[in-house]
Design a protein around this ligand. Structure first.
Ligand SMILES: Cc1cc2nc3c(=O)[nH]c(=O)nc-3n(C[C@H](O)[C@H](O)[C@H](O)COP(=O)(O)OP(=O)(O)OC[C@H]3O[C@@H](n4cnc5c(N)ncnc54)[C@H](O)[C@@H]3O)c2cc1C
Length: 380
């Protein structure tokens, strides 16, 4: 259930999983400086970087105080680790929910923040964050979206998820052109020769989807066991038997190219045979791994790859930049969703004070505050 208007992201892409789902963070077109500066920045009170459970709940806590925000995530869907790593697993330590599926928690959070209509910018890694002389912040994403924000909350978890790369020599030249870690605009690959690597749901889903639509589909996986859904494995095997898909058990060895044109990929079969696979495009679905990435370069004090914060405001070493959830550290920190929710509540009050220092702060209860209930859209 979407939390609000979804912004950006381009054509829809697959949400299949390869232990984690694939690959919102595959190479996106980086805009030139002149293209970026041509777009006017979005002026907002707060930008939240990261739409995991803590970033989502931060929208709620800010919204209760009447503070608007934009939410940005490098992935194709909100939910952070819950959605990426364990969507179907039950969580048992969310207060008042004795058992709650991880994706269910994300869906419930989106439902809870829906009244605040916070725009959600997906598929966009935040690459730059700078404090200006006037105390406001310039925030930029890899796709060129720019924000002019009064405060920033980093809810980046363990970092932005990056695709595991194919790891053959020279691949970087073709990544984003003929080597891909996610599928965008599936129809553009119809009629093409495709090599698809991986043993999880993403690889299987796309093998099945492209069979019969692509000119040729070769599926390559390193071992006989698959992590994907058994029904998908069965379907893939039936396509192989029917001759619609070629299957090789083995590993990528090297690229076949002529000059700067990729012609295919050489695969070492587990039986020791070398296979030359003709391919216009190679897809590798090896799952995602988190990378702290640009957050480490924004000048805030770090401790063991986490942002140091105080426990009153959850503010980093740069005033006006706050950090909640798994990304932060302080004495006694526990990387639990519950802790991140508490941090988001206190950070919201601190952000209100940062933005409006003259404003008196009151603790109001949602049960009894007409103002909060109005913000929540509670009918009277
Ligand atoms: C298997 C497993 C089981 C777990 N079980 C439990 C449990 O039972 N109870 C519990 O409390 N916790 C559990 N956890 C931990 C829990 O998932 C984390 O504490 C929680 O997800 C942290 O939320 P977060 O919002 O801080 O970060 P995350 O969920 O990591 O989300 C961070 C988001 O920020 C985005 N991001 C990062 N950098 C950037 C950037 N530069 N630009 C744009 N976006 C960016 C990422 O793409 C990601 O979507 C579990 C974790 C795992 C892996």
């Amino acid at each position: 259930m979407p939390a609000g208007p979804f912004v950006g992201g381009g054509p829809p892409f697959s949400l299949g999983y390869d232990c984690a789902p694939q690959t919102a963070a595959s190479p996106l077109k980086e805009l030139s400086l002149s293209e970026i500066s041509a777009k006017p920045p979005i002026v907002t009170e707060v930008v939240i970087i990261g739409a995991g459970p803590c970033g989502l709940f931060q929208v709620f806590e800010l919204g209760l105080l009447g503070i608007g925000c934009h939410l940005v995530d490098s992935l194709a869907a909100p939910g952070g680790q819950c959605t990426e790593l364990y969507p179907d697993k039950p969580i048992y330590d969310i207060p008042a929910l004795p058992i709650c599926g991880a994706q269910e928690l994300v869906d419930r959070l989106q439902q809870q923040i829906a009244p605040f209509n916070a725009p959600l910018h997906l598929g966009q890694e935040v690459t730059a964050l700078r404090k200006r002389e006037d105390g406001r912040f310039d925030v930029e994403t890899i796709t060129g979206t720019r924000f002019d924000a009064g405060a920033v909350v980093i809810a980046g978890g363990v970092g932005s998820f990056q695709p595991r790369r194919i790891g053959v020599q020279g691949a970087e030249v073709f990544e984003g052109k003929t080597i891909h870690y996610r599928v965008r605009d599936a129809a553009s690959y119809h009629g093409k020769k495709l090599a698809i690597f991986g043993g999880g749901d993403s690889a299987l889903d796309w093998v099945i989807d492209f069979a019969g639509k692509a000119a040729a589909v070769t599926h390559i996986h390193r071992r006989a066991e698959f992590r994907g859904a058994p029904a998908s494995v069965a379907k893939m095997r039936s396509l192989v038997e029917a001759g619609s898909v070629r299957y090789i058990e083995g590993l990528a060895d090297s690229l076949i190219s002529e000059g700067d044109v990729m012609k295919g990929i050489r695969v070492t079969g587990n039986d020791g045979v070398m296979h030359d696979v003709e391919a216009d495009h190679v897809f590798a679905f090896f799952g995602l791994h988190p990378k702290l990435g640009p957050i480490a370069e924004w000048g805030m004090e770090l401790e063991k790859k986490a942002l140091k914060v105080d426990t009153e405001k959850f503010q980093t070493s740069i005033p006006g930049i706050f950090a909640v959830g798994d990304i932060n550290t302080y004495p006694g920190k526990k990387k639990l969703i519950l802790s991140g929710f508490h941090e988001a509540a206190l950070a919201a009050f601190a952000i209100q004070h940062h933005l409006y220092p003259a404003k008196k702060q009151f603790l109001q209860y949602t049960t009894t505050s007409p103002v909060m209930q109005k913000r929540l859209g509670v009918p009277h």
